[in-house]
Design a protein around this ligand. Structure first.
Ligand code: APR
Length: 173
């Protein structure tokens, strides 16, 4: 199962996968970071569609087409803003991953790429966020046969090294 996971440094908008996950905000109207990059790469039709979706609560996911992205779908999820750890942030981040996998299953996608949700502007501690991401992925892959590839696209060396290190801990057989 661990062979289905790939950790790489790069730009999620360039990934040749069926679905990319966007670290959005509750308005779904775009923003900075990976949200801004995905909207820029997908083009204006993405905003036209997400405007019609009408927002997304923290911890949930909504699907749109990918338009000019290589990916056919964008799964928009809204991570928690880190407020010190006593506002259910961990459970909300875990539910982001669970809801993205649920959406991927409903779409019937085989390959999906995640950014490091909530660890940028939302300030979620990177180490703990990475543990949550990989633990939720492991749980899902234990029950799923459809996905053939889960990519974690890291936008810098710190995130990349953290994913590599925690991957060994979470997936040590
Ligand atoms: N590809 C992959 N990862 C990226 C890219 C990219 N092109 N651009 C940024 N990242 C990384 C960041 O370096 C960080 O590691 O995505 C991770 C998440 O950071 P943010 O994009 O800031 O997302 P988040 O912390 O979830 O904050 C979401 O920021 O952009 C706004 O509209 C968004 O309000 C929302 C908030």
């Amino acid at each position: 199962m661990k062979e289905k996971i790939e950790i790489l440094k790069g730009d999620i908008t360039k990934q040749q996968v069926d679905a990319v996950v966007n670290a959005a905000n509750t308005s779904l109207l775009g923003g900075g970071g990976v949200d801004g990059a995905i909207h820029r790469a997908a083009g204006p039709e993405l905003l036209e569609e997400t405007r019609k979706i009408g927002g997304c609560p923290t911890g949930e996911a909504r699907v749109s087409k990918g338009y000019r992205l290589p990916a056919k779908w964008v799964i928009h999820t809204v991570g928690p803003i880190w407020r010190g750890g006593n506002s259910n942030e961990e459970e909300l981040l875990a539910s982001c991953y669970r809801n993205c996998f649920k959406a991927a299953r409903e779409l019937g996608v085989k390959t999906i790429a995640f950014p490091s949700i909530s660890t940028g502007a939302y300030r979620f501690p990177l180490e703990r966020a990475t543990e949550i991401a990989l633990e939720e992925t492991k749980s899902f892959l234990e029950t799923d046969r459809a996905l053939s590839k889960v990519l974690f696209v890291c936008f810098g060396d710190e995130v990349f090294q953290t994913y590599k290190r925690i991957f060994e801990q979470v997936f040590e057989e």
